[in-house]
Design a protein around this ligand. Structure first.
Ligand SMILES: Cc1ncc(COP(=O)(O)O)c(C=O)c1O
Length: 374
């Protein structure tokens, strides 16, 4: 397989150097959690192999005592990233076809491309509020379609697709006999909506993917999972995991279980912080003459764009923002979109840093955008 690196990873803060960024508005997660704030004693942890599917405790915490699932419906993975890789490589071969809703997290496009399968892309349209168009998805389906892939809550727009739309997509998959991958990495970042059940609870044609990276600020423990009620599929996913890593790191799993067991303690202050920053972001957006947006509903990212009729000298803009103001946002090309789009991550920085970073973004846009000629 011919793997290619993805722009979003090449240009990520951890690759360019966190120390070079003062105002980090490029993250899709909340603030990284310092180990000391975990209040955990790991001295009795035995550095053994753990259950290959993930410890029983961790898996039951992931399932939140839901009556919809059995314990073996969940497989712990090394981040959501590994879950996505397992799903694509298990389900897709060269002669298969996938429908991908774009923008999407880059892995959901690149791994199918590396496999070499046929791909139809259904683009979300800013001018239609980034709403999912089920009819477009229906038209994209072919006899060899094996998978429909989307993220919800959505990265990078912050959209939360309505349940009836998700159900219509599942109905399409059931008719076609294919699967739906719902990347639910942002599920716990429901700072203004109720927590929805995993989409996998609705049908055994659905694979839900989750993670502790974004909502708990714990990407460093690399714990994610996939959930599916189809046991023959789960057997294949599990076999793929065993061939890659056998089981996860026992220290990571212990910390993950600790976080999930105390979700009620860890998440409320995180949500309060997001709400505060979101209010500041909304105030800022309402004063912007160069930008327009579709207001996000969940998660900690939004995807505004430079208004129609304006042109941006992107390289000069990026240089000013990064080199002069040590500020970073996510760029349109990370999501295969024009660089008149920006992903603003409003959950990661403290409020003061967010406000300062937004001001530098406004100044940089002002300096490098012009009215389009002709
Ligand atoms: C939609 C989506 N899925 C998966 C991932 C990967 O997350 P993890 O750190 O759990 O591997 C990301 C990270 O940005 C993401 O945005």
């Amino acid at each position: 397989m011919d793997f290619r690196r993805m722009a979003i990873e090449i240009e990520s803060p951890e690759e360019v150097g966190y120390q070079t960024i003062r105002y980090n508005l490029s993250e899709s997660s909340v603030r990284d959690l310092p180990f000391r704030e975990l209040n955990i004693d790991l001295s009795d942890v035995l550095l053994c192999y753990t259950e290959h599917r993930g410890s029983t405790l961790l898996r039951s915490l992931i399932l939140e005592n839901s009556k919809d699932f059995e314990l073996d419906d969940v497989l712990v993975t090394t981040g959501a990233a590994m879950a996505l890789f397992i799903v694509a490589t298990t389900l897709l071969e060269k002669n298969d076809h996938i429908v991908v809703i774009r923008p999407n997290y880059a892995t959901n496009l690149e791994t199918p491309r590396a496999i070499g399968c046929e791909m139809s892309i259904v683009d979300l349209d800013f001018d239609r509020q980034f709403d999912l168009d089920v009819e477009q998805i229906r038209q994209a389906i072919r006899p060899n379609t094996k998978l429909i892939s989307l993220t919800n809550p959505h990265n990078p727009t912050g959209k939360l697709f309505p349940l009836d739309v998700i159900k219509s997509i599942i109905a399409l998959a059931e008719t076609q006999g294919c699967y739906v991958l719902v990347d639910e990495t942002y599920r716990d970042l429901n700072f203004q909506t109720p927590l929805l059940p995993y989409v996998a609870s609705l049908s055994d044609r659905v694979i839900s993917v989750g993670s502790l990276s974004k909502s708990f600020g714990a990407p460093g423990i690399r714990i994610g999972w996939l959930i599916c009620k189809n046991q023959s599929l789960m057997y294949r996913f599990f076999a793929a995991k065993e061939q890659m890593i056998l089981g996860n790191a026992v220290v990571d799993e212990t910390i993950a279980a600790h976080l999930l067991a105390q979700k009620a303690t860890f998440l409320p202050p995180i949500h309060a912080h997001i709400r505060e920053n979101f209010a500041a972001l909304k105030t800022w957006m309402s004063s912007q003459s160069l930008l327009e947006w579709v207001e996000p509903q969940a998660g900690v990212v939004c995807f505004p764009r430079l208004k129609t009729g304006l042109e941006l000298d992107f390289p000069a803009f990026q240089k000013t923002l990064y080199s002069e103001y040590q500020t970073m946002v996510g760029y349109g090309h990370w999501f295969e979109q024009a660089d008149r789009f920006f992903r603003i991550g409003f959950g990661y920085p403290g409020k003061e840093d967010l406000v300062a970073g937004l001001e530098y973004l406004a100044i940089s846009l002002d300096r490098h955008s012009t009215v389009q000629r002709g």
